[in-house]
Design a protein around this ligand. Structure first.
Ligand code: 4NP
Length: 148
């Protein structure tokens, strides 16, 4: 799961998918990263942690890290939160196989529509709840796909 800072959207996506994977006892590794390095080592944003807690998802243990080329080797699927993240991830791809791993996460929910998970960083609480809801729905579809 990849966003810009790895403190709002992608930790939430990571936490939700991790919980679903654990609840179903699936042997699937879940992680998140940011395309930028501004927040390396930091916990998720307090507002995102609060929203996660309110929906029973624990993201307290996550720490921001920057996406790197190694992630193409370590993961089969790479979900970008918005088109800018997608472009930045693709700029690091070294092969067609790398490129094929990268998807816009909301295309799982709304195929082909290229919708984006809005960055909640500069907005109010409602934005964080909207991000949670979108990611909860998108990760339900991801779970269906990886278990079919
Ligand atoms: P995220 O949100 O990409 O969802 O983690 C942001 C966090 C920090 C900044 C931008 C977006 N920032 O500019 O510091």
């Amino acid at each position: 799961m990849v966003c810009l800072g790895n403190i709002c959207r992608s930790p939430m996506a990571d936490g939700i998918l991790r919980k679903k994977v654990n609840d179903l006892n699936l042997a699937v590794a879940v992680d998140s990263a940011g395309t930028a390095g501004y927040h390396i080592g930091e916990k998720p944003d307090p507002r995102m942690r609060q929203t996660a807690r309110s929906f029973g998802v624990d993201i307290e243990g996550l720490r921001s890290r920057q996406f790197s080329r190694q992630d193409f080797k370590d993961f089969d699927l790479i979900y970008a939160m918005d088109k800018s993240n997608l472009k930045n991830i693709l700029s690091l791809a070294e092969s067609e196989s790398d490129r094929q791993k990268v998807k816009l996460i909301l295309n799982e929910l709304y195929p082909g529509q290229d919708k984006e998970v809005p960055d909640p960083y500069y907005g109010g609480e409602q934005g964080f709840i909207e991000v949670y809801t979108m990611l909860d729905q998108a990760t339900d579809i991801i779970i269906k796909q990886i278990t079919k």
